[in-house]
Write a protein that binds this ligand. Structure first.
Ligand SMILES: [Zn+2]
Length: 350
């Protein structure tokens, strides 16, 4: 007979194979002696497999990932999990309760990994997350959204030259995979250095629940878990989006201060020098065009009409093969946008 799988140990607690439990990890102390916790839900499958962590709200106001993780944890599919899922819907509890990207010491958690137990408040939180979650995992997915009134097309940011990361990115099935550089102090960088393949998902904007990015994120995690053998392969041959790969991206900036009127939407395919929008003034006396710096697809877009000269308004990912881009965006739209409202209604979200 096969030996039973070992229990999963986290924050001094043991979770037996086939069990799931929420563990509250002490993250910090407030001024008033109250304790602040990072709530972690562990699903420890009966059978061996990878350990995948999911992290939301590392930036406390980027909350689509919180909802993605909540929806995943409701799914019956997890009953057949192989391996272990560590779900942390809110990593930056301070930021989440304050609707803020940052911690009270005004630091950005995603610039302070791996952190230190004797460092700043932010550094300490980074160190706790590294010790209790990242160090116990073999793979990870970190959820983000646009910031500063900017919304992002659902996209994966990953080091595509790493074959394991590239395969996970393709299995996720977001319309765009951006080969983004690793930033010092980011969770993605420290995971990469520790040889833990990690995807960063971007979708929607801060302080919103954007339905399409949430659906893409939820289906994306399931796709990655199927790819890693944590869930059974899909029974029917469901058509999934085949992502387009972008090697680089550029922001188009406002040519003047004023009122920004966009001419494009997220997901639009644009030519170099195409007009992305205009900046005018409240009297309508001047108009400056904003031109696309490259040919590609709009992956980020400012949602505010008020801009200063130099503000980033449209994020364009360079795409070489426009046919592949058209196919990817068409399949994305039919997979998520067209049926989305009906499905949301059926699932009780509308
Ligand atoms: Zn973020």
């Amino acid at each position: 007979m096969k030996k039973e799988r070992a229990s999963f140990s986290i924050a001094g607690e043991l979770i037996k194979p086939g069990q799931r439990r929420t563990v509250d990890i002490a993250a910090a102390k407030l001024y008033n002696r109250n304790e602040l916790f990072m709530n972690v839900h562990v699903v420890h499958g009966k059978f061996d497999g990878p350990t995948l962590f999911l992290s939301g709200a590392v930036h406390g106001d980027e909350i689509n990932g919180v909802e993605i993780i909540r929806r995943l944890l409701k799914m019956k599919l997890l009953n057949s999990l192989r391996g272990t899922l560590i779900a942390v819907p809110v990593v930056n509890t301070f930021g989440f309760v304050n609707s803020s990207r940052y911690l009270p010491d005004r630091r950005d958690l995603n610039r302070f990994f791996p952190g230190s137990p004797t460092g700043s408040l932010t550094g300490q939180l980074a160190a706790i997350f590294m010790e209790e979650v990242v160090a116990r995992s073999t793979h990870g997915i970190d959820f983000h959204t646009g910031s500063n009134m900017r919304s992002n097309l659902p996209q994966i940011r990953a080091v595509v030259s790493n074959p394991q990361i590239n395969e996970m990115a393709m299995a996720f099935g977001a319309p765009v995979v951006l080969d983004a550089e690793l930033r010092e102090g980011s969770l993605r960088k420290v995971a990469y250095d520790k040889n833990i393949p990690l995807l960063l998902f971007e979708g929607g904007q801060a302080m919103r629940f954007d339905q399409i990015p949430i659906r893409v994120g939820t289906q994306g995690v399931i796709g990655v878990m199927r790819h890693l053998g944590m869930l059974p392969k899909a029974k029917h041959n469901s058509k999934r989006t085949v992502p387009m790969l972008a090697k680089r991206s550029t922001w188009a900036r406002a040519a003047s201060s004023g009122i920004f009127l966009p001419h494009v939407n997220l997901g639009d395919i644009v030519e170099k020098k195409q007009v992305l929008g205009i900046v005018t003034d409240p009297l309508g006396e001047y108009e400056y065009q904003i031109l696309s710096p490259v040919s590609g697809i709009i992956i980020g877009q400012l949602q505010s009409p008020l801009v200063h000269k130099g503000d980033a308004v449209s994020h364009v990912a360079s795409i070489k093969d426009m046919d592949i881009a058209e196919t990817a965006i068409d399949s994305f739209q039919s997979e998520f946008e067209i049926e989305s409202r009906l499905q949301q209604y059926e699932e009780g979200y509308l």
